[in-house]
Design a protein around this ligand. Structure first.
Ligand code: SAM
Ligand code: DTB
Ligand code: SF4
Length: 323
């Protein structure tokens, strides 16, 4: 039932289906693997903010651009676990720690991250980290500490990637993803729409994700949060219809994965978010901040889910790596 040999042409045909047919297929795929009324709540925390040496054109934390983000050194284990406890009270079952590093450091800082992972797991939450590139040894140490998932996005197609990031290659991203896979930690990998890419680049990203075997267990689909000072500050907004098409295609290609309606929800109406859930998204970030940018607050999300007759998952979702 799960396929890893999708062709670009097949993906295009799915993506370009009339919307009713696309949503029907996405719903069918969704219901074969997931409870369609439940979404997983995840919380994000920036454990190390800003001053990143990479030049990702979308990112407010890059040292190459002048944004309002104030750099901060690595948080303490206690600060982090306080936030994880709050996230759990707010209904999250997964806690994701993000660091503005090109690659994860060695030594005391990495040891501290390992302690954070252990502490988050001890709270009964799934733990996810996104720390940049990893060595095999680092991936193995994170696995041993009980890390549930490692987030490392491919962001866009291989062809468009060079327009967005020049300081590292697509192949380096794929290499880190391989190391994560080998360590036994599940893979969280997705991308961003709204960076000026064409539909062909969205298909190219989805192709790269769907050809992985196993599929990434978690697929975050972000729409660009346009931050003043970054090169993409004035990029045109993404419509909810385009967002939902990409989500539905991801859902059909990778039916057993958790597809996350990630950054960009503040620019969607309630109806736009509902469309994304109908397209097969089954997770959102909770809390009024993503890493450095705003996100709907707890009240808004509570009201939205109540209006839709949907609910947050009460238990962690990710058990084992996907087949
Ligand atoms: N530095 C690490 C890395 O790049 O892998 C981890 C942190 S980085 C901020 C995590 C992901 O956030 C990026 O891969 C990108 O997909 C997403 N992201 C960053 N800025 C964004 C923005 N303005 N809008 C949407 N997504 C964004
Ligand atoms: C992902 O794909 N989206 C999250 C998470 N993985 C780490 C990050 C979104 C960041 C949005 C910009 C910001 O808040 O700085
Ligand atoms: Fe650095 Fe990650 Fe932002 Fe790129 S996306 S500038 S690597 S923090």
């Amino acid at each position: 039932m799960l396929r890893h040999d999708w062709s670009r042409e097949e993906i295009r045909q799915i993506h370009d289906l009339p919307l009713p047919a696309l949503l029907y297929r996405a719903q069918t795929a969704h219901r074969a693997f997931h409870d369609p009324d439940a979404v997983q709540g995840c919380a994000l925390l920036s454990i190390k903010t800003g001053n990143c040496p990479e030049d990702c054109a979308y990112c407010p934390q890059s040292a190459h651009y002048k944004t309002d983000v104030e750099g901060e050194t690595l948080l303490s284990v206690e600060q982090t676990l306080d936030r994880a406890r709050q996230a759990k009270v707010g209904g999250a079952t997964r806690f994701c720690m993000g660091a503005a590093w090109r690659d994860a450091p060695l030594g005391a800082e990495f040891d501290r991250v390992i302690e954070m992972v252990r502490g988050v797991r001890a709270l009964g939450l799934e733990a996810c980290c996104t720390l940049g590139m990893l060595s095999q040894d680092q991936a193995d140490r994170l696995a041993e500490a009980g890390l549930t998932a490692y987030n490392h996005n491919l962001d866009t197609s291989p062809e468009f990637y060079g327009e967005i990031i020049t300081t590292r290659t697509y192949q380096e991203r794929l290499d880190t993803l391989d190391r994560v896979r080998r360590s036994g930690v599940t893979v969280c990998c997705g991308g961003i729409i709204g960076m000026g890419e064409g539909v062909e680049d969205r298909l190219g990203l989805l192709h790269q994700l769907a050809r992985q075997n196993p599929h990434p267990e978690s697929v975050p689909i972000n729409s660009l949060v346009r931050v003043p000072g970054t090169p993409l500050a004035e990029a045109p907004a993404v419509s909810a219809l385009d967002f939902a098409r990409v989500i539905a295609t991801a859902r059909i290609l990778m039916p057993s994965s958790i597809v996350r309606l990630s950054a960009g929800r503040l620019e969607l109406s309630e109806e736009g978010q509902a469309l994304c859930f109908l397209a097969g998204a089954n997770s959102v970030f909770l809390g009024e901040r993503l890493l450095t940018t705003p996100n709907p607050n707890e009240d808004e999300d509570g009201q939205l889910l109540a209006k839709l007759g949907m609910r947050l998952c009460s238990e962690p979702l990710t058990a084992a790596p996907s087949p």
